[in-house]
Design a protein around this ligand. Structure first.
Ligand code: PRT
Ligand code: MG
Length: 222
């Protein structure tokens, strides 16, 4: 791509939905909704700005390698990925949730998580989980899963899970309960470090507009 074009990496679903108002604040309107289209590259009302629709966990990779100039990714994804090659100027306060430890209702987590004890943890977030339990002095066997973590304690795959919780409905529907807070999660703007220099004139007003819109959104929840 040339220096006067911009490629933005976004995932479908909640991040796309919650990013639309931020894009609008920067004067950018996608020409179609990714939910309704099978296209992976979506144009906008600006001839030189396009969106690429990727898996949430792939957003940092596209931005790191410069295949996208910037993108929006959850802090969960960014901690697991590591921040290399990425400039993270803004917390956008969208797609907010909490990373929690959860267990089957009735499981005595307090007793099972004493320093020196050993737990089996199923999670999509092995790095975050390992660091959390290392900090508590608890030994863990981590079982990496790619989805539906809630099933693992129900069928004896693990003692506990480390997963994201927003309403708590998924845990409740599966007879699980959150027993420990790991980290608060929200989505961040991530910018390719080289693009920040070579495309500064194009990027700066968008970063400014996202920043103001994110702050305004934050105030409206107070
Ligand atoms: O779904 P897919 O496998 O394609 O990818 P993904 O799950 O990584 O993407 P997506 O779009 O579901 O999530 C994108 C980002 O949204 C995540 O990286 C988080 O930063 C953020 N986010 C905010 C959430 C949630 N809230 C959330 N509740 N991501 C996932 N969940 C899941 C959670 O894992 C659990 O299964 O929703 C379920 C719990 O929700 P409640 O409301 O029942 O508590
Ligand atoms: Mg999902």
């Amino acid at each position: 791509m040339t220096e006067n074009t911009l490629t933005i990496a976004l995932s479908k679903g909640r991040i796309f939905e919650e990013t639309l108002p931020l894009l609008a604040a920067a004067g950018i309107v996608p020409s179609e909704a990714p939910e309704k289209s099978r296209k992976l590259i979506i144009g906008t009302n600006h001839e030189n700005i396009r969106l690429v629709i990727v898996r949430a966990t792939d957003v940092p990779t596209y931005v790191q390698y410069g295949a996208a100039d910037f993108g929006i990714a959850g802090k969960d994804v960014l901690i697991e990925h590591g921040g290399s090659g990425l400039y993270q100027p803004l917390d956008l306060h969208i797609a907010e949730c909490r990373m929690m430890v959860a267990v089957r209702k009735g499981f005595d987590y307090a007793a099972a998580s004493q320093p020196g004890s050993r737990l089996r943890i199923a999670t999509k977030y092995p790095n975050i989980a390992a660091e959390h339990f290392a900090g508590k002095g608890v030994h863990v066997d981590i079982i990496k899963l790619y989805g539906s973590m809630e099933l693992a304690p129900l069928v004896g795959l693990s003692d506990a899970i480390v997963d994201l919780v927003s309403t708590g409905n998924t845990l409740k529907a599966n007879g699980l309960e959150a027993v420990e807070h790991v980290v608060d999660i929200s989505s961040r703007l991530v910018v390719n470090k080289a693009a920040l220099k070579t495309k500064h004139a194009l990027l700066e007003p968008i970063i400014q507009a996202f920043g103001s819109a994110a702050k305004a959104g934050e105030r409206s929840f107070e």
